[in-house]
Design a protein around this ligand. Sequence first.
Ligand SMILES: [Zn+2]
Length: 379
Amino acid sequence: MNDRQPRAAHAIACDPSTPLQVLVDLAAQRWDLHGIIAANPAASPELIRWIRGVNPTLSTGRAPGHQPAPSAAGRALAPAAAPHVPRRSRGVGGWLAGCGCLAIVAIVAVVVFAGFGALLFSGGDETGGLSSAATPDAAPTADSEIDTQRALYADERAKIDELSLEFEESPVAWLVADFEWLFRQDEKIADPNLLEYTAQTLAAQAKTFREGLEVSVAEAQARRVNTSGLVTESIVDTAGKGFLDVQWDAATACTADDREDWRTTGCITKEDSLTVHLLPESELGEWSSKFTVVHELAHVYQRADNASVFDYRGEYNDLLAQGLFQGSAEAMADCYALTYYGEWSLTNGDTTTGYGYVCDENERSAIRTWASNMNAPMQ
Ligand SMILES: [Zn+2]
């Protein structure tokens, strides 16, 4: 439940122990999860009413506050909606796949509004936060063009979901593409006041997003094979499932360490969170190579943590704010590497690596939990 992976959105939506505010935030972001959220016993009657208001054709199996539900208008119109409604069996990365708590088909919110959404909204008394979207009379031709674009969007979205299965278990999933942006697009396409031009733009952008994802996935599939035969590559391949690259060009790619007698053994750059730069193994030696690559991977996971759309879980920033790892992201990355290898010293032979702090048992326990939440490997 503390999982921060994309697929976890679904688990969060299902989980009766999820805090109400989290469900509310999730419902605002993920219309495709409305059915699941509404069926969650932790959902408040207000939240369920809101979901029913904005998503009237949804069959949630649970009435808000056990009131007779939803509006007759919603029910009467639902069958008419059916032909237009692409049903999805899962969201991004299978987020909707196999939840024990539901026998609900999530309906792309998009479609709910197609054509007659405005009518529902103007007449509904349960529209909650998204009240009174009064866009009465769009011309029938415009409606059908918007319907077409929404169908194209839903098509692309389904392909994106399929592609996302490739990295659903990966700790770097949130770095592969900007899903936060995509979720905002999902909301826009569901807007009952959607304009034809906007619908076209959204569909085109979804296509571009899908094409980019296809490239990433193809590259990752090719990269999963260890082509260099080096131990650092095998560690990176395993950790990132091919979505992470490793280059042995730290000498040029990384900023030099300004401490005397120290040199930079690895980095990830500001621009590219998915490439780990290292010094060549032949130069660094085995211990420093292995330590450095895992230290840098910790930074990758920290960035993935920051990139996650969901902000209620134990973020690494919270751990630092609690004073763990001396409040330092670098000491935390060292701690991740030390815990990963079960080591209690930063010195090996005549080489000392890292930032000088060996974390304690308590901090290792925290880092194990964090790693588990991030799906990050830990030995
Ligand atoms: Zn570092």
